[in-house]
Ligand binder design. Sequence first.
Ligand code: PLP
Length: 357
Amino acid sequence: MRVYNFSAGPSMLPLEVLEEAQKEFLDFAGTGMSVCEISHRDKAFAPIVEEAEANLRELMNIPDNYCVLFVQGGASQQFAAVPLNLMHTGKADYVVTGNFAKKAWQEGQIYGEARKVASSEDKTYTYIPDVDKIAFNDDADYVHICTNNTIFGTRYVKFPETKAPLVADMSSEILSREVDVTKFGVIYAGAQKNLAPAGVTIVIARRDLIENPLPVCPTMLKWKTQADNGSLYNTPPCFSIYMANLVLRHLKKLGGVKEINKVNEYKAGLLYDFIDNSSYYTNSVEKQYRSIMNVPFVTPSKETDEKFVKEAKAEGLVTLKGHRLVGGMRASIYNAMPVEGVKKLIDFMKKFEKENA
Ligand SMILES: *Cc1c(COP(=O)(O)O)cnc(C)c1O
């Protein structure tokens, strides 16, 4: 039986997509081979990368002066790739709004002067600093932000206007809401939250920014290497790219990012409204910055939190345990989480409250 999986990542994929992949798993596009067995140079595979890129461009409205890359190493590898491609004068600004934003900042320090220009650490990352009040440095090579903070459940509602190119980690929210790509120099995202199985990472970079990687930048981390080779410089994560393409096709069928965003807002609204109207459950994020993808919440005690996770699992609502840094519970309700999954969670929360309050 399929369950509702609230994992922060790897996370649920649309059932339709899984079924389609299953259907053609043994014989991909009449090749008599699985997509897991086929060469990335095979003429049956190349169109997949091209179609995935075209679909992503269409869904996110990515202009031609941006390249779209499918790379490996996860979002964490991009924490290094960003400075190695962009830190020409050795200085960059970072806004630290959570655990991944902090890791990116720390990685940046290996390569130069990575400056923490704002942070929400003082209140355990339960808000996003006012972007209009941040004193960005004039000499920064780039400004790095993490637009949705997976562990703490916050998101930017407004992006900073910066002189230096804005670089954004969108791993846990890519394709969940409309963004104006032209406001960013670089956007990157690991696929396993909202797009595909783990293994592929999306990089969307303005072409003029990829031309001068640092001399020490490894060939594989140069965005230019991947851009010049259509993401086929070496063996790419073929299966993940193939799955990403199926998910992108599926999203298009649903009406695109604007439509899925409506559903996401609706799902998150149901859950937050329920939590706010309950005296038993609490979410401590400042309301305006609440993520619509990751919803952390607690019951009055650690003991009931543990009981909640255990009993929810027995009802087919799994992976609700919060991150160890936060505790409690976290419901990740990415694009692929159906409305019914959120409703079932709320019904369970009601029942649990009655039995335990
Ligand atoms: C999950 C996550 C990461 C880490 O991704 P990997 O692909 O595991 O390296 C980085 N940033 C954010 C915002 C994430 O949610």
